[in-house]
Ligand binder design. Sequence first.
Ligand SMILES: [Zn+2]
Length: 362
Amino acid sequence: MAGQGRYLASTPPRPDVYVPVPRLRLCAPPTLAELAERGLLSTKPTSGLVPADEWECKNNKYHTGRKPVINYPTNNLLLNLPPLYCTGCKRTNPFAYGWKVPLCTLNHVPLRFLIRNQGEFDTCVAHAILAALDMQRGVDSALFSEAETKQALNILDLFHKYSDVFGVPFSEEHESPHTEHLALHRAACIFFLLQQYGVKYAAPKAATIPRRVLPQHHIALQVLDVFRISSLMLEHIVMLLANGFALVTGLPTGRAFTFTSSGEIYDAGLSDDNHFLVLIGSGVAHYPANPNDGNVLSTSSWPPNPSRRGWGPRLYFSARNSWKDYSHPEAALLGYGGDFNIWADQLAGVDLWGFHLPRPRG
Ligand SMILES: [Zn+2]
């Protein structure tokens, strides 16, 4: 395979050679049964972020036996969640809630993580994936290890490896007919580099690391298997997030995206532009939820909610955005990226990516 081995061999790639999309080591996403088991690995504080009560659905005419159906909350690694759908009629639970990973603690360790501001560069894929790595290693170290890795990852190292392996600077793939197709596969290319070579830490504190563990392990972070999941698997995606799996994906973004502020639900609609994000939580909101519920005129022009004939409870995901971290009104969150929300059904047509990291050593 062209590309593979070039980095280690330090041979400059030839600019006149077609560069194939790299092949990844893939695995299936963790199953719902595996996620339910993972939920038993932690104890959740009694007063969680979200009240996770059972829900008695009285949509009787659609239930077998025409009786109410009791739906139970789910026990997940990071938090318990209310049931999302009725098992009898598939209706969405009308209970509105929202949560995100950076507000959670796991084994008393807060799961805060950063995303860098990509600035004017077309590099959201790399920024989102690196933030996902940070989220994932935060979860993994809180789960498996007492020692927490706080060292930042070196995004420039990733960009250098990208140019070395693919023969083109990241985000400038269109400059050559031999690489322009890679622009559509940036996530695969970045995951390939992370599987093959890993990403270095920004400033290895070698003096603080015992010599016997210094080689490899503390020099670069590598990704093991990568999995993909269809954006139509909404309940599965909710469970993956609640069980501490970082997911990255693209979202169509139009002009109004510029004005999206912290905590807002962005109505994506149709657009040719695509922005890559790390998903960090989920929730249910009543649509249309604002500007205000009583003003029919102000909401009648809203696009329909495909899940419930225009109105009612609708699932959303929380996302961390590498673009313009000043969209956070909270000064204390400077450098923590702008968080906003997206309607889950608007991710239709794309896949989400997740991955496994090597188990951290204590
Ligand atoms: Zn029901």
